[in-house]
Write a protein that binds this ligand. Structure first.
Ligand code: ARG
Length: 350
């Protein structure tokens, strides 16, 4: 591959009539790319040339001959010569290198290290939307990159498969199943049932109560409710799989939110013991004001149900124990920034 540093060293050598190899060893990479891609500290030559670095820098700049197809520009900044590489040349050189080397960029820096990547995570019985697609593409790329760097990489699909909405789905499906053919276009059909039952819940408190009860039954392992929930999940996954196949995405775990339903009591117990859990309007919360987060995290709602955040806390505990990770990455939408700030702060208590 073309060595830009060598090109720079040779050009300086011509300008000052010194040995190129020594000059080569002086060239640095600036911390801030505003200061170029390579920098030459002229104070290194001050003694030999008996001039101040400032003067040397100016003189070299005057005399230096650069091929603009390789080095686009050189700036003088307080005794330094800052060189800017021609970016199209760089792109060309890198692409050539990739073509010649079928293990380009591969390394073993990750050997012996575990990394979990939480990505994609669509919600079952709902459409796979653009936000999920973005997470899938970015997360999928990270997964492959980390693997290539030698990490033991674990891809996790933290499916949204838990919550009252499944109580609603069960109720709607039970009432109207003869009107729908879930095998045909499952996601669209399930969405339709969901919208319809949701509207009915708004009109009729009794129906809402039934839905809540279904969810409770689901949590308690009622066979009918569990069977339907599994059906919704299976149909959704079949649809999602099509996307994953197209994008060549891989998951090592499909443990979604529901997987943590029996793992939350321990989390609540630890938080209780930390002395940080407070009662507020019947709910259990942790105030994070002193950590610079204005909204408290809700661990348990006033009706005793757990939250999305509690499940993420249980997931961290589980993943730490199961995978002993060195790094845990989350690829989610920007809308979840507050949620994760709260979760990552609270997780320290676990
Ligand atoms: N299911 C969520 C959504 O669709 C994304 C989950 C992200 N991962 C997590 N561990 N909370 O918005």
């Amino acid at each position: 591959m073309l060595d830009f540093k060598k090109v720079i060293a040779d050009s300086i050598a011509n300008a000052v009539e010194l040995n190129s190899d020594e000059l080569y060893s002086f060239i640095e990479i600036p911390k801030d790319s505003e200061n170029g891609d390579y920098a030459f500290p002229c104070f290194k030559l001050a003694k030999e040339l008996r001039k101040s670095p400032m003067v040397i820098a100016e003189e070299i700049k005057e005399k230096i001959e650069l091929n603009s197809e390789i080095i686009e520009k050189v700036d003088v900044v307080s005794g330094y010569l800052n060189f800017f590489v021609n970016k199209s040349k760089l792109a060309q050189v890198v692409i050539e290198e990739i073509q010649q080397n079928n293990e380009y960029g591969k390394s073993d820096i990750g050997n012996g290290k575990n990394i979990v990547i939480d990505y994609s995570a669509p919600n079952i019985a709902k459409p796979f939307h653009i936000g999920h697609l973005r997470s899938t593409v970015i997360g999928g790329a990270l997964y492959k990159i980390y693997k290539y760097l030698g990490y033991n990489t674990i891809g996790i699909n933290h499916l949204g498969d838990y919550g009252t909405q499944f109580g609603k789905m069960i109720e709607g499906y039970t009432m109207w199943k003869d009107e729908y053919n879930l095998e045909g276009n499952p996601i669209e059909q399930m969405m339709d049932i969901y919208v319809r039952i949701n509207n009915l819940c708004k009109e009729d408190e009794n129906v809402l109560e039934k839905c809540r009860n279904n969810f409770k039954k689901l949590e308690d392992g009622d066979p009918y409710c569990v069977e339907l929930w599994e059906k919704f999940k299976e149909l959704s996954l079949k649809e999602f799989e099509k996307v994953y196949e197209l994008l060549d995405c891989h998951f090592d775990s499909w443990n979604g939110e529901a997987f943590y339903s029996d793992k939350m009591p321990e989390v609540i117990d630890i938080l209780e013991k930390s002395g940080k859990l407070q009662e507020s309007q019947g709910a259990k919360i942790i105030d994070l004001e002193d950590k610079g987060i204005n909204t408290p995290i809700i661990i348990k709602k006033s009706n005793d149900s757990t939250t999305y955040a509690t499940r993420d806390l249980a997931a961290i505990l589980y993943r730490a124990r199961t995978y002993d990770f060195d790094k845990a990455l989350y690829v989610t939408s920007y809308e979840q920034v507050l949620h994760f700030k709260q979760v990552f702060e609270t997780e320290k208590l676990l």
